[in-house]
Design a protein around this ligand. Structure first.
Ligand SMILES: [Zn+2]
Length: 296
């Protein structure tokens, strides 16, 4: 089935002038571009809908995807020559078998390939929120000159397992990884954002320190630029959560942080998380943090 699906994807992507590399891992069939082929300039995207539409592939979603979608810069600026991984957490669809599959999570731990993510009480899914923020962030990073690798190419299929998400950044020899999530806590009064960092990364202590510095920097930018308060329920007021069970961070050779942008079960947070203009502010804060982290 792979070749049929691959050729359909190839035809669709080629028609759009897209350089999408969905299969950079060993043994998989590259669908459009291999790592050795430079990405090509894409037409300007004016809205998240445009990018989402362009990246939707006809791939069925019964198996986790591999590789990521590599998107060329759309401008020059402070990120020219940089490669940034943007990881919209979770997948567009839920498959029990996929989610139950256990993969290495680093630190000797195993973890489910992916989890289904949370949602607001009204049913706005976390994966959709993550995707919407990611699309805005991708646009800003590309406008500033970065090549961006999206860990999943759309919000309609089954993206990569959590260990593969780390591998995507490692293979791309990216400069930074930003993983986007939102939380779902039912604790009374639980609201606000926090940033997760790994206590033990494959990249070692320098990578851990740079990840923490990025998280600390993003913490002030997010509070200042978006108005979302620091978490009231994680991190004891620091909005930082060092963990050892997050595969995407543990297995990364490059600095990586995971944002929990707010609590999807909290009314005040939901007001922000469901606002397109708020998500744009968040994307700005994240892009500014990436620029600052890579300066000099
Ligand atoms: Zn999540």
């Amino acid at each position: 089935m792979r070749s049929l699906r691959a050729s359909r994807t190839l035809a669709g992507a080629a028609a759009l002038g897209l350089a999408v590399c969905l299969a950079a891992s060993a043994g998989a069939t590259p669908m459009v571009a291999t790592a050795a082929v430079p990405v090509v300039a894409l037409p300007a995207l004016t809205s998240s809908r445009a990018l989402a539409g362009m990246l939707v592939s006809p791939l069925a979603a019964n198996v986790p995807s591999k590789g990521g979608a590599t998107l060329a810069p759309q401008g020059t600026g402070s990120l020219t020559g940089r490669i940034i991984v943007v990881d919209p957490g979770h997948n567009g669809i839920y498959r029990k078998a996929v989610n139950r599959k256990l993969v290495a999570a680093g630190n000797g731990k195993k973890k489910a390939c992916n989890s289904s993510g949370t949602a607001t009480n009204a049913g706005f899914a976390e994966h959709k929120f993550n995707w919407k923020v990611a699309v805005e962030l991708v646009a800003q990073l590309r406008a500033r000159g970065a090549t961006v690798v999206l860990t999943r190419p759309n919000d309609s299929g089954t993206g990569p397992c959590v260990n593969e998400r780390a591998a995507i950044g490692n293979r791309a020899k990216a400069d930074l990884v930003v993983s986007i999530h939102a939380d779902g806590s039912y604790a009374a009064g639980a609201r606000g954002f926090h940033l997760i960092i790994s206590k033990t990364m494959v990249g070692g202590s320098t990578t851990e320190a740079r990840s923490k510095a990025l998280a600390v920097d993003l913490r002030s930018r997010i509070a200042k630029q978006t108005g979302m308060p620091r978490s009231t329920y994680i991190g004891k007021g620091t909005a930082l959560s060092p963990r050892s069970d997050i595969a995407g961070l543990n297995l990364s050779k490059i600095p990586a942080v995971m944002l929990e942008a707010g609590n999807m079960r909290n009314k005040a947070d939901v007001k922000l998380l469901t606002s397109a203009s708020w998500r744009l502010k968040l994307a700005h804060a994240l892009a500014d943090g990436v620029v600052a982290a890579l300066k000099g």
